[in-house]
Design a protein around this ligand. Structure first.
Ligand code: 5AD
Ligand code: SF4
Length: 465
């Protein structure tokens, strides 16, 4: 019998990208092939995000366009995975009748069995959340590139009042330090040059006596030439020990994503963020003193219930004070069943848009000002892929996570190169190749990593959610 093929489309955060690689790993080890072409697939999975209403809306629209694959060949199985599956459950199967499977984030091991059943006409729902599932023993099937995501903890116990994640991804649980280090070693052996440790709340990682700082140290020791990144950190769990660990280990990137959400103490309290503006700013000072070259980014929500013009101004003030290198900025989107849902949604869309625009404008100005001093300087860049705009140019990132574009010269993907910067804008550095530092690594990556593709839909999204 011909091998059946799975197509996976991913929406949302990096956790979802990592989960899609876990799903690909599970299906592949059960004799399914992976395809990057939906038209060629026997099974179509859409891995979804619920964090804001527009993320869900996009998926609903996509499900409509997927209908054609089902009418062309009625045997095709369509599965909705991830946070929307967890949140909407039966509703997804009942609505429109094109969805055969609804599978939440903790039930991916059951996918082969559920797919088999669906092939014989039995629709399936699996949305149990687990206190222990962390897919520790699953080898994710990764795709192209020299940079890998590794999810080290799952779920969230913080219950920020606006956020649906604790309900869709369940309680926090961590993988063992040993299994994470082994995975990093394997990736290093197969030529990967950068890993990003992932968790909704990555710095609350814990394995027995080991905390996130211990994990970072252990991972950074696997190969000192491998770059280590991590996201997302909650300010509450940003310990002094972790800050020192970042400072002391050269290959841990000096870049911290530290969501503030709002600059107003009143709103922070309503959001249940568990810190005040002063506490957050003290933490930022501590980070900047300990890691002088640090680059910081954040998440900000505009128009949380009851937010006044004065609260909004305080957010702008904090942004000016911290001077983030970048930010993900969102309009508040009410989510059913969260605490904030009960607070109503009293800020009009017009005001939300206006405040969000002010926030974006200010951030763009600050990002540009942060980048300008780099003109004339030489930065170290890990070459990731061809620039989206020109096939004559490479794109890579600096240690501080700044996207850098430059003419290819004799550099290739996987090289760590020195780039002299001659132009910047708020989002990108432009430069010329000064020195190729290391040999190409691409050849050393096993073929199966390049051949087995899963669609990286989120690459094309502007924000990470
Ligand atoms: N509305 C708007 N933004 C939200 N986020 C989470 N929930 C919501 C919501 N209901 C944002 C937060 C979080 C990021 C991942 O998404 O800023 O840090
Ligand atoms: Fe959501 Fe807050 Fe948990 Fe982040 S820390 S996932 S915003 S509840």
């Amino acid at each position: 019998m011909q091998q059946r093929k799975v197509y996976i489309e991913t929406y949302g955060c990096q956790m979802n990208l990592a989960d899609s690689e876990v799903v690909a790993g599970i299906m592949n080890s059960n004799d399914y092939g992976i395809t990057t072409d939906a038209a060629d697939a026997d099974i179509i999975f859409v891995n979804t995000c619920s964090v804001r209403d527009n993320a869900e809306h996009r998926v609903h629209q996509r499900l409509q366009t997927l209908k054609k694959y089902k009418s062309n060949s009625p045997g095709v199985v369509i599965g909705v995975l991830g946070c929307m599956a967890e949140r909407l459950r039966t509703e997804l199967i009942e609505k429109g009748n094109i969805v055969d499977l609804v599978v939440g984030p903790d039930e991916y091991r059951r996918l082969p069995e559920l797919v088999e059943n669906a092939m014989s006409g039995e629709k399936g729902i699996a949305v149990r959340l687990s206190r222990v599932e962390n897919y520790d023993d699953i080898v994710p099937l990764r795709t192209e590139g020299i940079s890998a995501w590794i999810s080290v903890m799952r779920g969230c116990d913080k219950f920020c009042t606006f956020c649906v994640v604790p309900f869709t991804r369940g309680r926090e649980r961590s993988r063992t330090l040993k299994s994470v280090v082994e995975e990093v070693r394997r990736l290093n052996d197969s030529g990967f040059k950068e890993v990003t440790l992932l968790g909704q709340n990555v710095n609350s990682y814990r394995d027995g006596d080991s905390d996130f700082a211990d994990l970072m140290k252990a991972v950074s020791e696997v190969d000192r030439s491998m770059r280590i990144r991590f996201t997302t950190s909650h300010p509450k769990d940003m310990s002094e020990k972790l800050i020192r660990t970042i400072a002391e280990n050269e290959n841990i990137c000096k870049y911290i994503h530290l969501p503030i959400q709002s600059g107003s103490d009143r709103i922070l309290k309503l959001m249940n963020r568990t810190y005040t503006r002063a506490e957050y700013l003290r933490l930022v000072e501590k980070i900047k003193c300990t890691i002088p070259a640090v680059s910081l980014s954040t998440d900000i929500i505009a128009g949380f219930p009851t937010e006044t013009e004065e609260d909004h101004k305080q957010t702008l003030e904090v942004m000016k004070h911290v001077r983030y290198d970048g930010a993900f900025m969102f309009k508040y989107s009410p989510r059913e069943n969260t605490k904030a849902w009960e607070m109503g949604d009293d800020i009009s869309d017009g005001i939300k848009v206006q405040r969000l625009n002010e926030i974006i404008e200010l951030q763009q100005k600050i990002s540009l000002e942060q980048n300008q001093p780099l003109i004339g300087q030489t930065v170290e860049v890990l070459v990731e892929r061809e620039s989206a705009k020109s096939s004559d140019e490479w794109m890579g990132r600096t240690d501080a996570n700044k996207v850098t574009v430059f003419p290819k010269g004799d550099a290739t993907i996987g090289d760590l190169v020195k780039i002299k910067i001659h132009k910047v804008n708020s989002a990108t550095l432009f430069g010329t190749l000064e020195k190729r530092k290391v040999a190409t690594l691409q050849e050393s990556i096993p073929l199966e990593y390049w051949n087995a593709g899963i669609n990286r839909h989120s690459r094309h999204l502007k924000s990470y959610f």
